[in-house]
Design a protein around this ligand. Structure first.
Ligand code: PEP
Length: 259
């Protein structure tokens, strides 16, 4: 059975009491549903990872971060390493989110290094790619996304094995203007074909070949989830604003569960 991935990107929101309530609600959800056809994860701010580990441990719900250091250790003030994230049983880490790329000028090479650190610590990277509105209007969306992927393709064997790529058109994030089902389907299919084609050439998926998952992010809500997740090329959704409401987020999980 192919699972749909529902991943919350909580950004820099919340508090101890918010996460305590959220984790307990989602744990409760996991106790009453079979999670056979969905995988649910919350990518949260670092200080709440311990709480996630305590409340969500053994629930079948996963958690992780929204960034990671490109180095394993050293004099890097303010950074958090993949090894540290793993100590809290994190299973996922978002990298390359456009909000970070804009605010902190992340280079593609930096992002590729982070991708490797996450994999070295047996976590799953959620690598965000996507074009700006100007690039889409110029018909360059595939070219832009391909170049974001190419940096990784050349970064070592088996790199994409068991990883997640999030197609997040920058114009759709936080905008109330989700990509249309046709746009989401076409780009997710393009990413999958490109990565699998390139990876094949250099045997990057490895022998065990756990294929990549391509999910869509950008103004996903409880109203458009069904349409977007029904697309066979879309393996799930990365949810920003709607993950700030546990009830809405769980509504989205329920829709995915019933697909
Ligand atoms: C995001 O920032 O990853 C995101 C998908 O945000 P939103 O759902 O709010 O558009």
């Amino acid at each position: 059975m192919t699972k749909k991935y529902i991943i919350g990107n909580l950004k820099m929101y919340g508090s101890i009491s918010f996460y305590d309530t959220f984790f307990k609600k989602i744990r409760e959800f996991s106790m009453h549903k079979s999670l056979d056809n969905i995988e649910i994860a919350l990518c949260i701010p670092y200080p709440y990872l311990y709480l996630a580990q305590q409340i969500l441990g053994n629930s079948g719900i996963y958690w992780g971060s929204q960034n990671v250091a490109k180095d394993n250790e050293g004099p890097f003030t303010g950074e958090v390493s993949a090894k540290m994230l793993k100590e809290f049983d994190s299973q996922f880490a978002i990298i390359g989110h456009s909000e970070r790329n804009t605010a902190y000028c992340e280079s593609d090479v930096n992002i590729a290094e982070k991708f490797l650190r996450i994999k070295e610590h047996n976590m799953r990277p959620i690598f965000c790619v996507g074009e700006t509105l100007i690039e889409r209007e110029a018909g360059m969306e595939k070219k832009v996304v391909q170049s974001q992927l190419e940096t990784l393709v050349n970064h070592g064997k088996h790199i994409f094995n068991n990883s997640i790529i999030a197609y997040e058109p920058i114009w759709a994030i936080g905008s109330d203007m989700s990509a249309s089902p046709e746009q989401a389907k076409s780009m997710c299919a393009f990413i999958k074909e490109f990565v699998e084609g390139e990876a094949d050439k250099v045997n990057q998926l490895g022998k065990e070949n756990k294929p990549i998952k391509v999910i869509y992010g950008g103004s996903v809500n409880e109203k458009n989830t069904l349409q977007l997740l029904s697309l066979d090329k879309v393996d799930g959704a990365l949810i920003g604003r709607c993950s700030l409401s546990p009830d809405k987020f769980l509504q989205i999980c329920e829709i995915a569960h019933q697909l």
